[in-house]
Design a protein around this ligand. Structure first.
Ligand SMILES: [Zn+2]
Length: 346
Protein backbone atom coordinates (compact mmCIF):
# COMPACT_ATOMS: atom_id res chain seq x y z
CA UNK A 1 0.00 0.00 0.00
CA UNK A 2 1.15 3.53 -0.73
CA UNK A 3 -0.29 6.95 -0.09
CA UNK A 4 -1.40 8.72 -3.26
CA UNK A 5 -3.54 11.57 -4.56
CA UNK A 6 -6.53 9.65 -5.89
CA UNK A 7 -9.27 11.04 -8.12
CA UNK A 8 -12.16 8.91 -6.83
CA UNK A 9 -14.58 10.31 -9.39
CA UNK A 10 -15.29 13.68 -10.99
CA UNK A 11 -14.78 16.48 -8.41
CA UNK A 12 -13.69 14.11 -5.62
CA UNK A 13 -9.99 14.01 -4.73
CA UNK A 14 -8.51 12.23 -1.72
CA UNK A 15 -5.05 11.62 -0.34
CA UNK A 16 -5.31 7.97 0.71
CA UNK A 17 -3.69 4.55 0.61
CA UNK A 18 -3.92 2.55 -2.61
CA UNK A 19 -2.31 -0.60 -4.00
CA UNK A 20 0.37 0.23 -6.59
CA UNK A 21 3.21 -1.85 -8.09
CA UNK A 22 6.43 -1.23 -6.13
CA UNK A 23 8.84 -3.92 -7.39
CA UNK A 24 10.82 -3.21 -10.57
CA UNK A 25 10.84 -5.97 -13.17
CA UNK A 26 13.53 -6.46 -15.84
CA UNK A 27 14.49 -3.20 -17.58
CA UNK A 28 12.54 -1.19 -15.02
CA UNK A 29 13.58 1.16 -12.21
CA UNK A 30 11.90 2.16 -8.98
CA UNK A 31 11.94 5.92 -8.39
CA UNK A 32 11.30 7.94 -5.25
CA UNK A 33 9.17 10.81 -6.53
CA UNK A 34 10.37 14.25 -5.44
CA UNK A 35 8.42 16.85 -7.45
CA UNK A 36 5.26 16.62 -9.59
CA UNK A 37 3.83 19.48 -11.65
CA UNK A 38 0.08 19.94 -11.99
CA UNK A 39 -1.01 19.86 -15.63
CA UNK A 40 -4.16 21.22 -17.24
CA UNK A 41 -5.14 17.64 -18.06
CA UNK A 42 -4.96 16.57 -14.37
CA UNK A 43 -7.18 19.52 -13.49
CA UNK A 44 -9.60 18.71 -16.32
CA UNK A 45 -10.04 15.10 -15.14
CA UNK A 46 -10.73 16.51 -11.66
CA UNK A 47 -13.32 19.05 -12.83
CA UNK A 48 -14.90 17.16 -15.75
CA UNK A 49 -14.09 13.48 -15.13
CA UNK A 50 -13.05 13.02 -18.75
CA UNK A 51 -11.03 14.35 -21.68
CA UNK A 52 -12.56 13.38 -25.01
CA UNK A 53 -12.75 9.58 -25.16
CA UNK A 54 -10.82 9.11 -21.86
CA UNK A 55 -13.29 8.76 -19.00
CA UNK A 56 -12.47 8.28 -15.30
CA UNK A 57 -14.50 5.16 -14.50
CA UNK A 58 -12.62 3.99 -11.41
CA UNK A 59 -10.29 5.68 -8.91
CA UNK A 60 -7.12 6.98 -10.57
CA UNK A 61 -3.91 8.52 -9.18
CA UNK A 62 -3.21 11.92 -10.80
CA UNK A 63 0.07 13.50 -11.93
CA UNK A 64 2.42 12.91 -14.86
CA UNK A 65 5.08 15.68 -14.75
CA UNK A 66 7.62 14.15 -12.40
CA UNK A 67 11.21 14.03 -11.22
CA UNK A 68 12.81 11.94 -8.49
CA UNK A 69 15.63 9.62 -7.47
CA UNK A 70 16.34 6.04 -8.55
CA UNK A 71 16.10 3.76 -5.49
CA UNK A 72 16.17 0.33 -7.13
CA UNK A 73 17.09 -1.03 -10.57
CA UNK A 74 15.67 -4.15 -12.21
CA UNK A 75 17.65 -6.78 -14.07
CA UNK A 76 19.27 -5.61 -17.29
CA UNK A 77 19.21 -1.87 -16.52
CA UNK A 78 22.54 -0.39 -17.63
CA UNK A 79 22.30 3.38 -17.99
CA UNK A 80 20.91 4.14 -14.50
CA UNK A 81 21.99 3.34 -10.97
CA UNK A 82 20.67 3.81 -7.44
CA UNK A 83 20.90 7.40 -6.17
CA UNK A 84 20.74 9.08 -9.58
CA UNK A 85 18.35 11.99 -10.04
CA UNK A 86 15.98 11.52 -12.97
CA UNK A 87 12.85 12.68 -14.75
CA UNK A 88 10.48 10.40 -16.59
CA UNK A 89 8.47 10.33 -19.80
CA UNK A 90 4.90 9.51 -18.77
CA UNK A 91 4.03 7.76 -22.05
CA UNK A 92 5.17 4.19 -22.59
CA UNK A 93 4.52 2.68 -26.03
CA UNK A 94 4.52 -0.94 -27.13
CA UNK A 95 8.12 -1.26 -28.42
CA UNK A 96 7.01 -3.82 -31.02
CA UNK A 97 4.32 -1.59 -32.52
CA UNK A 98 4.58 -0.24 -36.02
CA UNK A 99 4.49 3.37 -34.72
CA UNK A 100 7.36 2.65 -32.31
CA UNK A 101 9.41 0.99 -35.02
CA UNK A 102 8.93 4.13 -37.14
CA UNK A 103 10.16 6.27 -34.23
CA UNK A 104 6.70 7.77 -33.78
CA UNK A 105 6.21 6.22 -30.37
CA UNK A 106 4.05 9.11 -29.12
CA UNK A 107 1.30 8.18 -31.57
CA UNK A 108 1.41 4.44 -30.90
CA UNK A 109 -2.29 3.58 -30.42
CA UNK A 110 -1.22 1.20 -27.63
CA UNK A 111 0.69 3.85 -25.64
CA UNK A 112 -0.07 3.98 -21.91
CA UNK A 113 0.27 7.41 -20.30
CA UNK A 114 0.33 8.31 -16.60
CA UNK A 115 -2.92 9.74 -15.28
CA UNK A 116 -4.83 8.99 -18.45
CA UNK A 117 -7.64 6.55 -17.61
CA UNK A 118 -7.27 3.77 -16.69
CA UNK A 119 -3.49 4.27 -16.04
CA UNK A 120 -2.43 5.61 -12.61
CA UNK A 121 -0.28 8.74 -12.35
CA UNK A 122 2.60 9.49 -10.00
CA UNK A 123 1.38 11.71 -7.16
CA UNK A 124 2.62 9.07 -4.75
CA UNK A 125 6.01 8.47 -3.06
CA UNK A 126 7.28 5.69 -5.37
CA UNK A 127 6.78 4.60 -8.95
CA UNK A 128 8.06 1.73 -11.09
CA UNK A 129 8.89 2.78 -14.66
CA UNK A 130 10.76 1.48 -17.75
CA UNK A 131 14.41 2.57 -17.60
CA UNK A 132 14.23 3.41 -21.32
CA UNK A 133 11.84 6.30 -20.54
CA UNK A 134 13.78 7.52 -17.49
CA UNK A 135 16.38 10.28 -18.02
CA UNK A 136 19.29 11.34 -15.85
CA UNK A 137 19.29 14.95 -14.62
CA UNK A 138 22.62 16.82 -14.56
CA UNK A 139 23.61 18.27 -11.15
CA UNK A 140 22.73 21.82 -12.16
CA UNK A 141 19.12 20.87 -13.05
CA UNK A 142 16.88 20.80 -9.96
CA UNK A 143 14.01 18.39 -9.30
CA UNK A 144 11.58 21.28 -9.83
CA UNK A 145 13.10 21.91 -13.27
CA UNK A 146 13.18 18.17 -13.94
CA UNK A 147 9.41 18.12 -13.45
CA UNK A 148 9.16 20.93 -16.07
CA UNK A 149 10.77 18.78 -18.77
CA UNK A 150 7.45 17.08 -19.55
CA UNK A 151 5.44 20.21 -20.43
CA UNK A 152 8.50 21.79 -22.09
CA UNK A 153 8.85 18.69 -24.29
CA UNK A 154 5.54 19.69 -25.90
CA UNK A 155 7.09 23.04 -26.82
CA UNK A 156 10.17 21.23 -28.12
CA UNK A 157 8.02 18.95 -30.27
CA UNK A 158 6.16 21.98 -31.68
CA UNK A 159 9.43 23.78 -32.49
CA UNK A 160 10.75 20.59 -34.10
CA UNK A 161 7.63 20.07 -36.22
CA UNK A 162 7.77 23.75 -37.32
CA UNK A 163 11.23 23.18 -38.86
CA UNK A 164 12.40 26.59 -37.63
CA UNK A 165 15.25 28.31 -39.46
CA UNK A 166 17.55 30.78 -37.67
CA UNK A 167 16.03 34.25 -37.62
CA UNK A 168 12.42 33.13 -38.10
CA UNK A 169 9.53 35.10 -36.70
CA UNK A 170 6.97 33.04 -34.81
CA UNK A 171 3.47 33.91 -33.68
CA UNK A 172 2.18 32.02 -30.64
CA UNK A 173 -1.57 32.16 -30.07
CA UNK A 174 -2.32 31.72 -26.35
CA UNK A 175 -0.06 32.54 -23.39
CA UNK A 176 -1.05 29.68 -21.13
CA UNK A 177 1.66 27.36 -19.79
CA UNK A 178 1.98 25.51 -23.10
CA UNK A 179 1.95 28.71 -25.20
CA UNK A 180 4.75 30.17 -23.09
CA UNK A 181 6.78 26.96 -23.33
CA UNK A 182 6.25 26.82 -27.10
CA UNK A 183 7.51 30.42 -27.39
CA UNK A 184 10.59 29.62 -25.30
CA UNK A 185 11.31 26.46 -27.32
CA UNK A 186 10.83 28.34 -30.60
CA UNK A 187 13.32 31.00 -29.47
CA UNK A 188 15.77 28.32 -28.33
CA UNK A 189 15.29 26.70 -31.75
CA UNK A 190 16.45 29.81 -33.56
CA UNK A 191 13.50 32.18 -33.84
CA UNK A 192 14.56 35.82 -33.65
CA UNK A 193 11.26 36.70 -31.97
CA UNK A 194 8.06 35.13 -30.79
CA UNK A 195 4.99 37.34 -30.99
CA UNK A 196 2.79 35.99 -28.18
CA UNK A 197 -0.91 36.86 -28.28
CA UNK A 198 -3.46 36.56 -25.48
CA UNK A 199 -6.35 38.42 -23.84
CA UNK A 200 -4.92 38.19 -20.30
CA UNK A 201 -2.30 40.84 -19.56
CA UNK A 202 -0.80 39.02 -16.52
CA UNK A 203 0.01 36.00 -18.72
CA UNK A 204 1.59 38.25 -21.35
CA UNK A 205 3.65 40.01 -18.68
CA UNK A 206 5.09 36.65 -17.58
CA UNK A 207 5.86 35.64 -21.18
CA UNK A 208 7.49 39.01 -21.85
CA UNK A 209 10.14 38.33 -19.21
CA UNK A 210 11.81 36.12 -21.81
CA UNK A 211 14.11 37.84 -24.28
CA UNK A 212 12.68 37.71 -27.79
CA UNK A 213 9.02 37.57 -26.73
CA UNK A 214 6.87 40.35 -28.20
CA UNK A 215 3.61 40.41 -26.22
CA UNK A 216 0.38 41.46 -27.96
CA UNK A 217 -2.83 41.96 -25.99
CA UNK A 218 -5.55 41.08 -28.49
CA UNK A 219 -8.14 42.88 -26.35
CA UNK A 220 -6.52 46.16 -27.41
CA UNK A 221 -4.56 45.37 -30.55
CA UNK A 222 -5.60 43.80 -33.84
CA UNK A 223 -3.15 40.90 -34.12
CA UNK A 224 -3.29 40.53 -37.91
CA UNK A 225 -2.47 44.24 -38.39
CA UNK A 226 0.27 44.09 -35.76
CA UNK A 227 1.95 41.04 -37.35
CA UNK A 228 1.74 42.71 -40.77
CA UNK A 229 3.35 45.82 -39.31
CA UNK A 230 6.12 43.85 -37.58
CA UNK A 231 6.89 41.76 -40.69
CA UNK A 232 6.58 44.48 -43.38
CA UNK A 233 3.34 42.88 -44.68
CA UNK A 234 5.03 39.50 -45.23
CA UNK A 235 3.62 37.48 -42.32
CA UNK A 236 5.13 35.15 -39.74
CA UNK A 237 7.29 32.19 -40.73
CA UNK A 238 5.51 29.99 -38.20
CA UNK A 239 2.19 30.30 -36.39
CA UNK A 240 1.76 28.10 -33.31
CA UNK A 241 -1.89 27.70 -32.33
CA UNK A 242 -1.77 27.02 -28.57
CA UNK A 243 -5.08 28.49 -27.39
CA UNK A 244 -7.33 25.61 -28.44
CA UNK A 245 -9.95 28.24 -29.32
CA UNK A 246 -11.68 27.40 -32.58
CA UNK A 247 -11.94 31.15 -33.32
CA UNK A 248 -8.14 31.29 -33.53
CA UNK A 249 -8.33 29.24 -36.71
CA UNK A 250 -10.20 32.07 -38.44
CA UNK A 251 -7.04 34.20 -38.48
CA UNK A 252 -4.12 31.77 -38.76
CA UNK A 253 -3.95 32.11 -42.52
CA UNK A 254 -3.84 35.91 -42.26
CA UNK A 255 -0.88 35.62 -39.90
CA UNK A 256 1.35 33.16 -41.76
CA UNK A 257 3.64 34.20 -44.61
CA UNK A 258 3.49 32.52 -48.03
CA UNK A 259 5.18 29.14 -47.66
CA UNK A 260 5.08 29.39 -43.86
CA UNK A 261 3.93 26.83 -41.34
CA UNK A 262 0.95 26.55 -39.03
CA UNK A 263 1.47 24.24 -36.07
CA UNK A 264 -1.62 23.00 -34.21
CA UNK A 265 -0.78 22.49 -30.52
CA UNK A 266 -4.02 23.37 -28.71
CA UNK A 267 -6.95 20.98 -28.95
CA UNK A 268 -10.19 22.67 -30.01
CA UNK A 269 -13.46 21.23 -28.67
CA UNK A 270 -14.70 20.29 -32.15
CA UNK A 271 -14.03 20.80 -35.87
CA UNK A 272 -12.74 24.24 -36.85
CA UNK A 273 -13.28 26.30 -40.03
CA UNK A 274 -10.23 26.42 -42.29
CA UNK A 275 -10.10 28.26 -45.60
CA UNK A 276 -8.39 25.61 -47.72
CA UNK A 277 -8.19 27.88 -50.79
CA UNK A 278 -6.37 30.54 -48.77
CA UNK A 279 -4.03 27.87 -47.35
CA UNK A 280 -3.35 26.47 -50.80
CA UNK A 281 -2.71 29.86 -52.40
CA UNK A 282 -0.03 30.45 -49.78
CA UNK A 283 1.20 26.85 -49.83
CA UNK A 284 0.94 26.97 -46.04
CA UNK A 285 2.25 23.83 -44.34
CA UNK A 286 0.06 22.54 -41.53
CA UNK A 287 1.61 20.43 -38.77
CA UNK A 288 0.12 18.82 -35.69
CA UNK A 289 1.62 18.00 -32.30
CA UNK A 290 0.54 15.16 -30.02
CA UNK A 291 2.67 15.11 -26.87
CA UNK A 292 6.30 14.50 -27.99
CA UNK A 293 8.89 11.93 -29.00
CA UNK A 294 12.70 12.12 -28.65
CA UNK A 295 12.58 15.52 -26.90
CA UNK A 296 13.65 14.79 -23.30
CA UNK A 297 17.43 14.68 -23.80
CA UNK A 298 17.30 17.88 -25.85
CA UNK A 299 15.14 19.67 -23.28
CA UNK A 300 17.44 18.59 -20.43
CA UNK A 301 20.47 19.74 -22.45
CA UNK A 302 18.94 23.21 -22.86
CA UNK A 303 18.24 23.46 -19.13
CA UNK A 304 21.74 22.25 -18.27
CA UNK A 305 23.37 24.77 -20.63
CA UNK A 306 21.57 27.64 -18.94
CA UNK A 307 20.06 28.74 -22.26
CA UNK A 308 16.55 27.88 -21.07
CA UNK A 309 15.47 28.76 -17.53
CA UNK A 310 11.93 27.76 -16.63
CA UNK A 311 12.26 28.48 -12.90
CA UNK A 312 10.38 31.81 -13.29
CA UNK A 313 7.36 29.81 -14.49
CA UNK A 314 7.02 27.85 -11.24
CA UNK A 315 4.42 29.96 -9.45
CA UNK A 316 4.04 28.02 -6.21
CA UNK A 317 5.06 24.71 -4.63
CA UNK A 318 2.78 22.80 -2.24
CA UNK A 319 3.72 20.01 0.19
CA UNK A 320 2.29 16.56 -0.60
CA UNK A 321 -0.15 16.76 2.35
CA UNK A 322 -1.73 19.83 0.72
CA UNK A 323 -2.20 18.16 -2.70
CA UNK A 324 -5.99 18.68 -2.70
CA UNK A 325 -5.49 22.38 -1.87
CA UNK A 326 -2.95 22.60 -4.68
CA UNK A 327 -5.52 21.21 -7.13
CA UNK A 328 -8.23 23.57 -5.89
CA UNK A 329 -5.82 26.44 -6.45
CA UNK A 330 -5.19 25.13 -9.99
CA UNK A 331 -8.96 25.04 -10.60
CA UNK A 332 -9.06 28.79 -9.79
CA UNK A 333 -6.89 29.28 -12.92
CA UNK A 334 -5.35 32.53 -11.68
CA UNK A 335 -3.83 34.40 -14.66
CA UNK A 336 -0.67 34.92 -12.59
CA UNK A 337 -0.19 31.16 -12.08
CA UNK A 338 1.80 29.36 -14.76
CA UNK A 339 2.91 26.11 -13.12
CA UNK A 340 1.95 24.81 -9.69
CA UNK A 341 4.04 21.97 -8.31
CA UNK A 342 3.73 19.47 -5.47
CA UNK A 343 6.78 18.40 -3.50
CA UNK A 344 6.16 14.75 -2.67
CA UNK A 345 9.43 14.25 -0.78
CA UNK A 346 12.12 16.56 0.62
ZN1 LIG B 1 1.36 17.76 -18.70
Amino acid sequence: MAKALVLERQKELRLRDIDLPLVPGPDEVKIRIQTVGICGSDVHYYTHGRIGPFVVERPMVLGHEAAGTVVEVGAGVRHLSVGERVCMEPGVPDPQSRASRLGLYNIDPAVTFWATPPVHGVLTPFVVHPAAYTYKLPDQVSFAEGAMVEPFAVGMQAAHKARIAPGDTAVVLGAGPIGIMVAIAALAGGCARAIVADLAQPKLDIAARYQGVVPVNIRETNLVEEVRRLTDDWGADVVFECSGASKAWETVLDLVRPGGAIVAVGLPQGPVPLDVSAATTKEARIETVFRYAHQYERAIALFASGRVDLKPLISETFPFELSVEAFDRAVEARPTDVKLQIRVAE
